[in-house]
Ligand binder design. Structure first.
Ligand SMILES: [Fe+2]
Ligand SMILES: [Fe+2]
Length: 297
């Protein structure tokens, strides 16, 4: 796989703490259920300005991956094989951060890592819900099944979001925006941008699919770290669950969403490849920053 051109972070107006914090705050505000009186005419101007910036942010990330994505096959079998290979050779895969977390990090180091990850979690359930709007039936059904699992199949105790929320409480994690590194905010903001803007819908299918593809390995290491510092089975359930369930989610996403969507329109393969690579590069930047924080760089 061709090596993507590295973005010079100093040259980017988007890969910065202040911009990512403001994008995070805007996303929270615009996606929160509200009343008509909560809206003012000034919001139109604000939303328009932020939409332009969000778009430019994603276009900058696209520019970084476009060449590599263009080399992905656009036939269904070839594309799925290319996509699945990202698990082994994609950006940020097999980062040494994770074995270190599993085997060596102390409790506070694990708490800091999880604070960053939890604060940068955009809500997989909502991303799937936004992405599925107007998708072709077969893909829509797969996103619905995945969403239903996120919802604990109708059982509140099995909902994935609150399960992570419980862990935040148990470990008393600080998830305030201003204490979250921009790399982690950027990951959540990129996912939200792709899921909410319809012209990035295929990018979002690829980005969500690559999360399912690559999460089990990281989740297993994180679960091992939590076990080592004494958390019970129930307390580390979120990571134990994703270490196993996402293997199935990934297989089904590739078979039932990606493959038929590409068969219908090969241009979607390139868009999904870009989305997946954008997500993996965002993750890679997080791992680099976390390792620097821990002095492992
Ligand atoms: Fe989940
Ligand atoms: Fe999943």
């Amino acid at each position: 796989m061709p090596v993507a051109t590295q973005l010079t972070i100093e040259q980017s107006q988007f890969l910065q703490q202040s911009f990512q914090e403001s994008l995070t705050r805007w996303n929270r505000q615009r996606l929160a259920p509200a009343f008509p009186d909560d809206f003012s005419a000034a919001r139109f101007d604000d939303d328009r300005a932020m939409l332009r910036l969000e778009h430019a942010f994603i276009e900058e990330l696209r520019a970084q991956v476009r060449q590599a994505a263009a080399s992905a096959p656009t036939d269904p079998d070839g594309f799925v094989a290319w996509f699945e290979a990202l698990k082994h050779h994609g950006p940020g895969q097999h980062d040494r951060l994770f074995p270190w977390l599993a085997e060596q990090a102390d409790r506070d180091q694990i708490r800091w890592f999880l604070s960053q990850e939890a604060a940068g979690e955009a809500g997989f359930d909502d991303l799937v819900a936004m992405t599925q709007v107007k998708l072709p039936d077969r893909a829509k059904l797969e996103l619905a099944r995945n969403y239903w699992d996120e919802m604990g199949r109708g059982n509140a105790r099995g909902m994935h979001g609150p399960m992570l929320g419980q862990l935040v409480q148990i470990l008393d994690l600080d998830t305030r925006i201003e204490n979250t590194v921009w790399e982690s905010l950027a990951l959540a903001n990129a996912m939200t941008a792709m899921a909410s803007a319809r012209h990035y819908a295929w990018h979002s299918v690829g980005a969500l699919g690559v999360i399912e593809l690559t999460a089990p390995d990281r989740s297993a290491h994180t679960a091992q770290a939590l076990k080592r510092i004494g958390l019970s089975n129930a307390e580390r359930r979120y990571f134990d669950l994703h270490a196993v369930l996402d293997v199935k989610h990934s297989r089904d996403w590739n078979d039932e969403a990606i493959r038929p969507l590409v068969a219908e329109d090969p241009r979607r393969a390139t868009a999904m490849a870009e989305g997946a690579l954008i997500r993996l590069h965002c993750g890679e930047r997080c791992f680099d920053r976390y390792r620097a924080h821990f002095g492992l760089a």
